[in-house]
Write a protein that binds this ligand. Structure first.
Ligand SMILES: Cc1cc2nc3c(=O)[nH]c(=O)nc-3n(C[C@H](O)[C@H](O)[C@H](O)COP(=O)(O)OP(=O)(O)OC[C@H]3O[C@@H](n4cnc5c(N)ncnc54)[C@H](O)[C@@H]3O)c2cc1C
Length: 467
């Protein structure tokens, strides 16, 4: 028997993909790296996931959990030939508690499907990555995903009460609990954002959020990106935390407008999309604050959506921004760094300067309220040397963000993409402590090895998998 034979005996041939074309499809996520896949399996229950792990362990084959593969940091891309465990068929919703505002869901459930299914109950799942039409709750847990509406509500970690997972030895454990304030270490927060390195999440207890009774969405044009960023700082300094504050620069506004025709002002140097939620009174006073701060910062156009359709159209522009870039070039590289809000203007200026120096076509759209920058480089990977140039520029952009007091990633994670940069923000002692935590869950280095921690971190990663 081979590994593939045993997996087929367990799951049947349709759920064990190892044809070269399947392996090609599964060898990438939405980032720029390509991996080495032994097979991709599609379990339908947590028990099947556990059985797959036990088989892979016997064959000393590393395991990489995968949701929809929309990750941008290479987290779901195996590097040492690995077995992909694709969780998309564990996509059920059960035990919706309308009073306690929780539900148990499968990790393969698509983010937007959860909120759409909860709509009749007046509830939703607050984290709303721009990829929410495709990405899974398991992937959101893996990366601690953010989204435009995480400014007021917090990122995924604030919306997960518990997670059931299969460990590297094939056992089932639950971290966190249904009860508030569980005693002991908060392992739930350790698992959220661990990028598939601690185990495979097979069920998640999510926090549900009530839909706000009232909402207002504003689209504000500014002469420059500096003015838009200053308005964001001004709004936060006023004491108002809006539901969302998103900025797009002029190249991005033009691409988006050409794509969705939402009436974005293409003559503006930058556009701010702001949203306030709450009771009618709270919303009205929030709109007044944003309007007044924007006027102080030379806004050239302020539009408040008049109905739900117009609101949806404005958001379609923001959420379709990355798709709109396909008009500019066949490939894109999306950076993800985070800086203190007060450093937005300084860092943006340096990022434009880096883009110009490397002669790259750059468009910007970002979660300005969180200081989470997403400079996007549109390019053609077939051009010789282009990808190297893009990646060198990316490293410089990360460095200027860190120099300004920021960090490596706001939401996409570290994966393969930024593991070599981890020592810019962590000391050897920090990295060693993180490696020890990882070994406490997985002493064989079987779960998503060669990810997150830099090459050479403790023995298992230096040598590859140690079983
Ligand atoms: C157009 C576009 C827009 C995006 N916008 C945003 C955004 O606004 N905010 C944001 O945060 N991200 C964004 N992303 C990145 C991406 O969508 C998120 O990181 C998302 O959470 C990944 O979900 P996924 O299901 O695709 O996970 P995958 O890419 O399949 O996996 C991501 C990571 O999670 C791990 N993982 C997946 N499932 C499990 C599981 N069940 N158990 C344990 N580990 C698991 C994987 O091993 C991997 O390390 C965007 C991506 C694209 C392409």
């Amino acid at each position: 028997m081979t590994l593939i034979d045993e997996l087929i005996a367990l799951l049947g041939p349709e759920r064990v993909r190892h044809h070269p074309l399947d392996l090609l499809v599964f060898s990438k996520d939405a980032g720029v790296t390509t991996g080495d896949v032994v097979a991709a399996v599609l379990p339908e229950t947590a028990q099947e996931v556990a059985a797959v792990v036990r088989i892979a362990r016997r064959y000393e084959t590393p395991i990489v959990p995968r949701g929809a593969g929309t990750g941008l940091a290479g987290g779901a891309v195996p590097v040492s030939p690995g077995l992909l465990v694709v969780l998309t068929r564990l996509n059920e919703i059960h035990d919706v508690d309308e009073v306690g505002l929780t539900a148990w869901v499968g990790p393969g459930l698509i983010n937007l499907d959860l909120s759409e299914r909860l709509e009749p109950l007046g509830l939703h799942f607050a984290p709303d990555p721009s990829s929410q039409q495709a990405c899974t709750i398991g992937g959101n847990v893996g990366t601690n995903a953010g989204g435009p509406h995480c400014l007021a509500d917090g990122t995924t970690v604030a919306h997960i009460y518990a997670a059931e997972m299969v460990t590297a030895t094939g056992e089932m454990v639950t971290v966190g609990s249904e009860a508030p304030d569980q005693p002991g270490l908060d392992l739930r927060a350790v698992v959220v954002g661990s990028e598939g390195t601690l185990g495979i999440v097979t069920r998640v207890l999510v926090r549900l959020t009530q839909n706000a009774p009232d909402v207002a969405t504003l689209l504000i044009g500014f002469p420059t990106i500096e003015a838009a960023a200053a308005a964001v700082s001004g709004v936060i300094a006023s004491g108002l935390i809006p539901a969302a504050l998103e900025i797009m620069d002029q190249p991005m506004v033009k691409a988006v407008e050409n794509f969705v025709h939402a009436g974005y002002p293409t003559a503006a140097g930058a556009v701010l999309l702001a949203e306030v939620t709450g009771t009618a009174d709270t919303v009205a006073s929030g709109v007044d604050v944003i309007r007044s701060v924007s006027e102080t910062n030379d806004a050239i156009e302020i539009r408040v959506a008049t109905d739900a359709d117009e609101r949806a159209l404005l958001w379609k522009g923001r959420k379709g921004a990355f798709g709109a870039v396909a008009q500019a070039a066949p490939d894109y590289y999306l950076h993800d760094t985070v800086v203190p809000r007060t450093a937005l203007v300084e860092v943006m200026t340096k990022i434009y300067e880096i883009g110009d120096r490397y002669e790259l076509q750059m468009l910007n759209v970002f979660h300005a309220g969180d200081g989470n920058l997403h400079p996007l480089v549109a390019f053609d990977a077939k051009e010789p040397g282009m990808l190297d140039r893009v990646q060198e520029a990316a490293t410089e952009m990360v460095r200027v963000s860190i120099d300004a007091g920021g960090s490596l990633s706001g939401e996409h994670g570290i994966g393969l993409e930024k593991r070599g940069l981890m020592n810019l923000v962590f000391s050897d002692i920090d990295l060693d402590a993180q490696a020890r935590v990882r070994e406490a869950f997985d002493d064989a280095g079987m779960m998503n090895p060669h990810k997150v921690l830099p090459e050479g971190s403790r023995c298992f990663d230096a040598k590859g998998v140690r079983l």
